[in-house]
Design a protein around this ligand. Sequence first.
Ligand code: ADP
Ligand code: MG
Length: 721
Amino acid sequence: MTQNNVRRKTLVAIAADPNSAASPFASKTADLKSLFGNHCFNEAVQRERLPEKVFESLQETIRSSKQLDSNIAETVAKAMHDWATEHGATHFTHWFQPMTGSTAEKHDCFVIPTGIGQAIAKFSGSELIRGEPDASSFPSGGLRATFEARGYTAWDPSSPAFIFRHKNGSTLVIPTYFVSWTGEALDMRTPLLRSMAALEQQSLRVLKLFGNKTAKRVYPTVGAEQEYFLIDRRLAALRPDLLVTGRTLFGAKPPKGQELEDNYFGSIPERVLGFMTELEYELVLLGIPVRTRHNEVAPAQFEVAPFFEAANLATDHQMLLMQLLRNVATRHGFHCLLHEKPFAGINGSGKHNNWSIMTDDNENLLDPGDTPHENAQFLFFTTAVLRAVHKHGDLLRMSVSGANNDHRLGANEAPPAIMSIFLGSALEEVFRQLASGTAASSQKMAPIEIGVSTLPPLKRHSEDRNRTSPFAFTGNKFEFRAVGSSQNVAQSTTVLNTIVAESLDILATELENALNAKKEFNSAVQEIVSKTIQEHQAVLFNGNCYSEEWKKEAEKRGLLNLVTTAECLPLINGKKATELFGKYKIFSKTEVDSRHEIYAENYVKTIHIEANTAIEVAGTMILPAVLNYKTVLAQAATTKLQKELLQELDTHIDALIEQLRQLKKTVTDIPEGNAQKSAEYCCNTVIPAMQVLRETVDSLEESVDDGLWPLPTYTELLFSR
Ligand code: ADP
Ligand code: MG
């Protein structure tokens, strides 16, 4: 069959079968409320199934983020096993987040043979508490010499165990840390929890100064909005680049993209709605609260937004959400793309990290509140965030770097790589006024007197937002928009927690010193807040972050514009990060070094794989197709114009061959032995070579017989469903 027929047949099949495969899991109930958390070993299940003393002890472990008491481990494990078996689980797994950016699991069967033809089902306390995956293949960045390749996994009781179901059964999943025998973090969860502890400690210190006597716990909250693309699996199967790299390495701009702006919030196609309904059903079973679903800006692009939760739980749930997006998409005949930039020239996908700080009294510390006292505390915390982002914008940028996200951040697409803060006009006015000490305002606001004034109403609706800003205050939280759609939110949240903890630490020390010097509380706060804003207001920007003027202006203000991952990598274990992370015990020196190694290697491998895929597709699919077309054209060409067409084609074919050779050479020449050097080489030499090749292929796509073209086009990928 010619390529023509394969592609055409697929399109015809999709058109004839709009609702694709009926899902084996079709959700038959609308009673989502009663299903919520049914597949979670949550507090209610624990209370029901554990002896009261054990339940109390487990709850205390969860509250204080301690390790599980080995005395109760057997009882908890037995209850968990009974519960899981009733839900059809045959296996259990320790589930962790290695530094690959995804999750890892190794399933063990509950059933153990006891003799010939005999077996028992069992799950012990020690199996619950600790696991030893054969982990030599996970990246450790030199943290584990291969002869000592063992790391171990340990249950994090603050994240409840759950049942993960698949087509033919279920697995009991235990969320765990992954650490080396010498105690170094080999995962993303461990540093996240360390950073939560640092933020808690400093926040409680500030709250105490503000006279709060009731808060015992403080934790960051995260609500991560996830963007993704859905395309038909049958078409994805014809695109090796999508299957291997998650993005299209070739593809001419379609006649219709997103220019009509008719997709955003448009009516959701029925087949997609079927997918979303089932996705939400699965999420509800796992106790993952989803709130919003809608079409996004690009054709075939969608978004799902959960309710916010404590950062560690939100991270686990976010990882599960990504897994479920992929699994449920498959059941509905879709291929889910979580890549940051699946299609050139069409909006990419991000993951807005909505972040705030909460007390165990349910007080949102980034909510302005109603009274002058609440306002003062709010200004103190937001000023700390301002300082943090100004001082450590480079580390925030680093926390979202990666080969995939470079396509968004560096490329005039939301948001830019320059880290700035959007406060909204009302709050920015307050900040400017505090910094200048006078009411020099266009809005004619009275000077703010800390402890006396109340703040003007701050808007909370999305219309008022500056969509171009990477870091925006949205009424009672900050929204970090630079996070990539496929990234683990733990990374950006860890950095955010740490840099804000540092700022709170510095500001709290200043406040303590002032109070010790018998300064009046409110005027001490006013002085500290005003001075800090003065020093750090360069990071405030309410204008258009995409504009050329902002790039120039930002440079004048000394704000960094780190366009590529290769530039960000050295920051990971640079002097500033090493000291900061060391001081708050988030990462040791060895841990930051290992991360530099891992992320640099990961970057190089990603580009390497992309280049090899481009070589394969261009060499074995595009070039033969184009030569076929040339044969046809050569036979047909009789007139001068037709012969010119043949000439043009020849020029393009030669360019293609030459550029293919060139790309192969750059790949062979990737330097080895120094991860940073390899990364820079990939960034400066391999990527441009891929780009040049792409341009030739894309222009050929526009002139070669469509019947011979081997790859489904952008129009077909984006509009067939
Ligand atoms: P809007 O509708 O104005 O975009 P929402 O309140 O719906 O804002 O929030 C958007 C995202 O922000 C949701 O995922 C939500 O869970 C999250 N979010 C809301 N409040 C907080 C908070 N205090 N901390 C962290 N995330 C939050
Ligand atoms: Mg958002």
